[in-house]
Write a protein that binds this ligand. Structure first.
Ligand code: ARG
Length: 478
């Protein structure tokens, strides 16, 4: 039986009927639909609409549905997309549960829908879904951050060039470079937590648009589903999809970070750079050129970012221009949401796995960190230390670099007389300040690449990652 056929004189066009359904994709919300329906049933009993016996039958029916389709619920809990359950009549997951309930407990099953609307149900199911996805993603982010921090730890005193404009700039510790990504991913985790906080309110009891028509205890339903409270306005609650947009936007940023990382790793793995040796387990060959080992994982990470950002754009386009409150257009927001979540959930474990196995060519990185005048600013700083005004020091070192370019050598290869001819402040100490260790050491500020600071950075990052892990496990058990 349809949920709304009473006023219709004609059946639907069969093609339209099939086309307007959402069950093919919203069946993955089954376990959330069952949980929300349980909370609604209990509220109906408290409001005197269901007897104690009726409540028991309905709850048992819901539980049986959960058990019959436990593979679906399990997949949902694992954030997967169940495809096994087919129902050629179910319009959507809400209709599906009603039908299943009636098969099990008879006409009483129809009582469950008393005083509620699918508009509040889908809004609730989607919030529950996004909340679960956030918890899972934050867990995975903790793992990714852990992998990056471990590699930072292992990199020890290895240095590499840092680039600005993709030109040699200054040397940094490899660990410093890796920790930059940890910061980005920690911000992503925080953004997701922030989104979780804002979405964690329960639409149940909002009805179709104006609020429930029965005296349902909305605080009670919110508590049952571990929400912080009920949503404040029924029109907003039934039409709001901000939480999905915020979530997919957060995922866009996250994948954007991953994409930048992937791009760097691709560049660093070229023969020209040779800083990174691609792990065979995460690379593929060419069907044509026998010598090739291609960075497919990294390229797909970069490619999938376009897809996630596309989903965020699709959501915005669908939502713009919708009058309050529910419109069927909102059904179209589900697939971009699921696709973005699936994509991000798929990416993170692979990134962690890749990071654990990728090899860095430290000697080559160290070597690259010592050529191309990356100690020039350190040289200028030396002159500043000897009282030369910064602008003049910059100028003199620039002249020294020009000399080197003519001779095809580095600053440390210039003789002391030549340097003194440029400026009398040069002395033998200049050569010490150009050495790699000295160049790193002068960046001795909070967040700088001096080894002692990076050591603190690793410890601080580890602490933050540990806090994230604890928080995520807390939610998982809450
Ligand atoms: N499948 C629908 C959706 O995803 C559920 C809500 C239906 N509401 C309605 N008024 N037709 O949006």
């Amino acid at each position: 039986m349809k949920m709304w056929s009473g006023r219709f004189r004609q059946p639907l066009d069969p093609q339209f009927e099939r086309w307007q359904r959402s069950f093919d994709f919203d069946r993955r919300l089954l376990s959330y639909e069952l949980a929300a329906s349980g909370a609604h049933a209990r509220a109906l009993k408290n409001a005197g609409v269901l007897s104690a016996d009726e409540l028991i039958s309905i709850l048992e029916g819901l539980q049986q549905i959960g058990e019959t389709f436990s593979h679906v619920s399990q997949k949902t809990r694992d954030m997967g997309h169940p495809t096994e359950v087919v129902d050629d009549e179910a319009e959507d997951v809400h209709h599906f549960v009603e039908k299943q309930l009636v098969v099990r407990i008879g006409e009483l099953g129809y009582k469950l829908h008393s005083g509620r609307s699918r508009n509040e149900q889908i809004a609730t199911d989607l919030r529950l879904y996004v909340r679960a996805a956030i918890d899972e993603l934050r867990k995975l982010l903790a793992e990714v951050c852990g992998a990056f921090s471990d590699r930072a730890d292992q990199a020890g005193s290895a240095a590499m060039p840092a680039y600005t404009h993709l030109q040699h700039a200054e040397p940094v510790l490899v660990a410093h470079w890796l920790l930059a990504y940890v910061e980005m991913f920690l911000r992503d985790a925080e953004r997701l937590a922030d989104c979780r906080k804002r979405l964690n309110f329960c639409p149940l009891g909002s009805g179709a648009v104006a609020g429930a028509t029965l005296p349902l205890d909305r605080n009670f339903m919110a508590e049952e589903l571990e929400f912080a409270g009920p949503t404040a306005n029924s029109m907003d609650a039934t039409s709001d999809r901000d939480f999905m947009l915020e979530f997919v936007d957060a995922l866009s940023l996250l994948s954007l970070h991953l994409s930048r990382w992937a791009e760097e790793m691709i560049i660093f793995s070229t023969q020209e750079f040779g800083f990174v040796r691609l792990p065979e387990a995460y690379s593929t060959g060419s069907s044509a050129m026998p010598q090739k080992k291609n960075p497919d994982l990294l390229e797909l990470v970069r490619g999938k970012t376009g897809r996630v950002i596309g989903n965020a754009t699709a959501l915005m386009m669908t939502l713009k221009g919708l009058p309050l409150a529910y419109n069927k257009d909102l059904q179209e927001t589900q697939e971009p949401l699921f696709d973005a979540a699936d994509t991000a959930l798929g990416l993170l474990p692979l990134v962690a796995g890749f990071m654990k196995t990728v090899e860095f060519d430290y000697p080559r990185m160290n070597e690259a960190a010592q050529s191309g005048f990356m100690n020039a600013w350190a040289g200028a700083t030396y002159l500043v230390g000897r009282g030369v005004p910064s602008r003049l020091a910059h100028e003199q070192i620039g002249k020294a670099v020009k000399l080197c370019l003519e001779r095809n050598c580095e600053l440390q290869d210039l003789g002391i007389e030549e340097l003194q001819a440029l400026h009398p402040a040069f002395d033998e100490g200049f050569y010490d300040c150009l050495k790699p260790a000295a160049v790193l050491a002068i960046h001795d500020v909070v967040g700088g690449t001096a080894p002692a600071r990076v050591k603190q950075g690793i410890a601080a990052a580890r602490k933050k990652v540990e806090a994230l892990r604890e928080e995520v496990n807390f939610h998982a058990h809450a």
